[in-house]
Ligand binder design. Structure first.
Ligand code: FAD
Length: 516
């Protein structure tokens, strides 16, 4: 390890001297660190399922720093891998590397650090550093009365991290995922070249990087589309005991995507409730423990049946007078259990940042930094009823150990040229099993139990030809990756050869073996 570090440091230093940049030592100039705490922090992620120590951690202050590091990784005889790490919120070590350097893209409060978000009011976009947290993007744009259009449910994720996957939430039916809302990127390729790309210039790189799992380059800047930020949100939850009615209504609501904003909701999600009831859901600050919702009081049977909660929002401005009528008109078209309407009203930023509240609560109970064997699947619409029967009403039993989200999206809002893979139907669902494992919990809460259950779910999908695609995918063999990418594999491989010929980037995804 020490020899590898020495070689990496020498390689970087030589490069800096060659390009005439420094008389300083490499550590001062490039913020290459072997500090124990930093290396350990870069060895784990939110999943807490795997651990892998990099040789060193690197804190860039600019895109040029990133380009210099990658250049030295490819041009030196030492040869080392480079993995960008956003906020380390992956599940399976996707931002790890063992043979090289983890680039910590997040800010360190350094005044000489990466440039701050720059809003263009006239053209309604913001330019942000690739390691910027979405919550900070939001705070910056709100100063101008603007906000990004497409979100993730949780904002303590980085721009580069979510754009390497897709970035989805309840707005995706309307605006597409976050990768459909980017105008331009600056990317440091695996050859150490700093390239600006968009739909018009260097478009192959642009599309490859979006949803590209960090394989083609490190995003150092993203230009993100904005819209006027609403001031408030009406947040509504309604319940269903009938899955067909539930999905029919969700699909109806997302079919309104082309209607004027007064005739559709702004956000459509949903979740599954099994026997544990409504309260064991860390994403819910809605059903208050002081005022528990009794499922039986809703007129639905509660004999171990599964309930489904549709979650919708309507954004509005303080000056708006028609929000109540617009909501009533939409709710009238839905077939939920009549007594089951729960409504709250809150500022826009509080709605977008809602999961952070749950995070703080869980942290205070020591329940945040635990293993998270999460499984995220895209399920085609034609198979969602079969999935419900086999998984929600079958494999899951009556304990879930965390929230289970389910919501549909419109495929035509996703750009087929990007690297992300979705099922082959116009409407497909996200099913997110967001479970936490507890060491001293009941048997159904252990990591072994949940991991085994995930495997059973994947086997069920395979045996019944459900045609799922993993979101935030995790595979350990290239054959599985080839199957995952399907028709897109040969292009993906071609782009890899073009932009990262030595396979040094994001090796934690385990798609390509580095050629060092
Ligand atoms: P990391 O985990 O650090 O990195 C992810 C991958 O991207 C790695 O391969 C890494 O090498 C690469 N990468 C990181 N930065 C860059 C960069 N600048 N350029 C190129 N490659 C890079 N996702 C959703 O879509 N919707 C949600 O609602 C949602 N909610 C979540 C809630 C929680 C509590 C958590 C933990 C995750 C959630 N996610 C959600 C998943 C999230 O989008 C992924 O974990 C994603 O990877 C972003 O995390 P990150 O910024 O920490 O990236």
């Amino acid at each position: 390890m020490a020899t590898k570090l020495f070689l990496i440091a020498i390689a970087i230093y030589r490069l800096m001297v060659t390009v005439g940049l420094t008389t300083l030592g490499p550590n001062e100039l490039l913020h290459l660190s072997t500090n124990r705490a930093e290396v350990e922090a870069a060895s784990v992620d939110f999943g807490r399922l795997t651990q892998a120590e990099p040789v060193a951690v690197f804190h860039p202050r600019s895109d040029v720093d990133v380009a210099d590091l990658v250049k030295s990784a490819t041009t030196s005889t030492a040869g080392f891998t480079v993995s960008a790490r956003g906020h380390g919120h992956s599940i399976n070590g996707q931002a790890h590397t063992t043979d090289g350097v983890v680039v910590e893209m997040g800010r360190r409060g350094d005044v000489n650090g990466p440039s701050r978000p720059k809003v263009n009011l006239r053209e309604e976009y913001v330019d942000v550093w690739g390691g910027e947290l979405w919550v900070d993007v939001l705070r910056s744009t709100l100063e101008y009365g603007l906000a990004p259009r497409s979100w993730t449910d949780y904002l303590y994720l980085t721009v580069g991290g979510t754009l390497s996957n897709a970035g989805i939430s309840g707005q995706a039916f309307n605006y597409g995922p976050q990768i459909s809302n980017v105008f331009e990127l600056d990317v440091v390729t695996g050859k150490g070249e700093l390239v600006t790309c968009s739909n018009k210039i260097n478009s192959e790189l642009f599309h490859a990087v979006l949803g590209g799992l960090g394989q083609f380059g490190i995003i150092t800047r993203a230009r993100i589309a904005l819209e006027p930020a609403p001031q408030r949100v009406r947040w509504i939850r309604v319940l269903y005991s009938n899955f067909t009615e539930f999905t029919k209504d969700q699909e109806y609501l997302i079919s309104l995507h082309d209607k004027p904003s007064s005739q559709k909701f702004d956000y459509v999600e949903g979740f599954v409730i099994v026997d544990e009831g409504l309260l064991n859901n860390w994403r819910s600050s809605f059903f208050s423990p002081k005022n528990p919702v009794k499922i039986s009081s809703l007129g639905a049977s509660n004999n171990g049946d599964v309930l489904y909660c549709l979650e919708i929002t309507k954004n509005y401005f303080d000056s708006s007078e028609s929000v109540d009528q617009e909501i009533d008109a939409l709710l009238k078209k839905l077939n939920f259990i009549p007594a089951s309407v729960f409504t709250t009203d809150l500022p826009y930023i509080d709605f977008l940042d809602r999961v952070h509240k749950a995070e703080l609560k869980l942290r205070s109970k020591g329940l945040w930094e635990v293993p998270h064997p999460w499984l995220n699947l895209f399920v085609p619409k034609s198979k969602i009823a079969q999935f419900d029967k086999g998984v929600f009403k079958g494999i899951l039993g009556n304990k879930t150990s965390g929230p289970i989200l389910i919501y549909p999206m419109n495929k035509h809002k996703w750009d087929e040229r990007t690297s992300v893979v979705t099922p082959n139907e116009e409407v497909f669902y996200l099913v997110a099993l967001l479970r936490s494992a507890l060491e001293n919990g009941e048997e159904t809460q252990t990591l072994d139990y949940l991991t085994h259950q995930n495997r059973r779910i994947l086997n069920f999908c395979e045996d019944h030809n459900i045609g799922v695609k993993q979101y935030l995918p995790h595979y350990t063999t290239q054959q599985h990756w080839i199957t995952h990418f399907g028709d897109k594999w040969s292009h993906f491989q071609k782009m890899k050869t073009e932009f990262d010929p030595n396979h040094i980037l994001a090796t934690g995804q385990r798609i390509f073996r580095p050629i060092l």
